[in-house]
Design a protein around this ligand. Sequence first.
Ligand code: ZN
Length: 279
Amino acid sequence: MKIGFNEATTLKNSTLESDLYLCNEVGFDYIEIRIDKIKEYLESHKMEELVNFFNTNRLKPFAFNALEGINFRSREQHEELLKELNYLCNLGTTIGCSTIVVVPSFDVGYRTVTEIKDNTVSVLEELASITQKYGMRLALEFVGYPNCCINTLSQAYDIVASLDRPDVGIVLDCFHLHAMNSRVEDIYSLDPEKLFIVHLDDAEELPPGILRDEHRVWPGDGVARLGEIFKALKTIGFDGIVSVEIFRPEYWQWEPSETVRVAKEKAEAVLKRYWGDEG
Ligand code: ZN
C-alpha cells in the first residue's frame, strides 16, 4: 500500500517547500499538493526546482487539492473554473502530477438528486474533455456536510459510474463517509479502477450532520469504522493510494515536523492493523 500525505494536514503551519522536505524525510511515497500552497511556492521558486526535487527524491506528487464548487456555477464562474483547470493541467504535466481532486458545490438550493447528477455529469464530461488532452485524471470527492450537494459515497459513485470514463473516478474520504452516514457496504459495489484515492482520517464522536473538518482526528483516534472500510477495500482489490488528510486546528499548532511524523506513524499503525501492511 502506497501512503500519501495531503497538505491540508499542515495547512496553517507549513509551506510546500517544507512539506516536501519533511514528507520525503519520513518516507511518504506521495504528496497531495494544495493548490494554494503551490501558488505561494511558485511566487518565490522556479518551476525547475520542483521538477528537480521530484526527479531526485523518493517522494512523488499524486494529486492537486482541490478544484472546489465545480457544479451549478454561473457562466462567468464556470469560465474561471476552466481557466484554473487549464492552469493545473499545464502545471501537472510539468511536474508529473496527473490527478486533480474536484469538489461539488455547497448551498445550491433545493436541487433534486437527479438535477444534481445531470448537472455534475455534464460539468465533469466537459472538464474531462480538457484534462484528457494532457493525460490528466479527475477525482470527484463527496463532502459529508448536509449542505454539500454531493454528500454520500453512493451519490458520488452513481455520477462517476454513469460517466464511465477511465479518467474520472472518486475520492473516498473516511471522514466524509462517516460524517453523513454513508454506507460502508456500498464500498463492496465499487469498481476499484474508479477509486483513485482514499483519504485517511478519523472523526470525533459527534452526530452525522454536525461533524466538520475541524473535528477530524488522526486515523485510529476516532470513531469512524476504519476496520470495516479497509476490509471492504481489500475485498474489492483496491490498489490505489491512501493519503492522510486532517484539517484539525490543534495539529496546526504543532511543529510541522511533528505533524508530518505523527501522520506517518498513525497511518502506518492503521494499515498494519487493518491491511496487514508493514508500511
Ligand atoms: Zn478528503
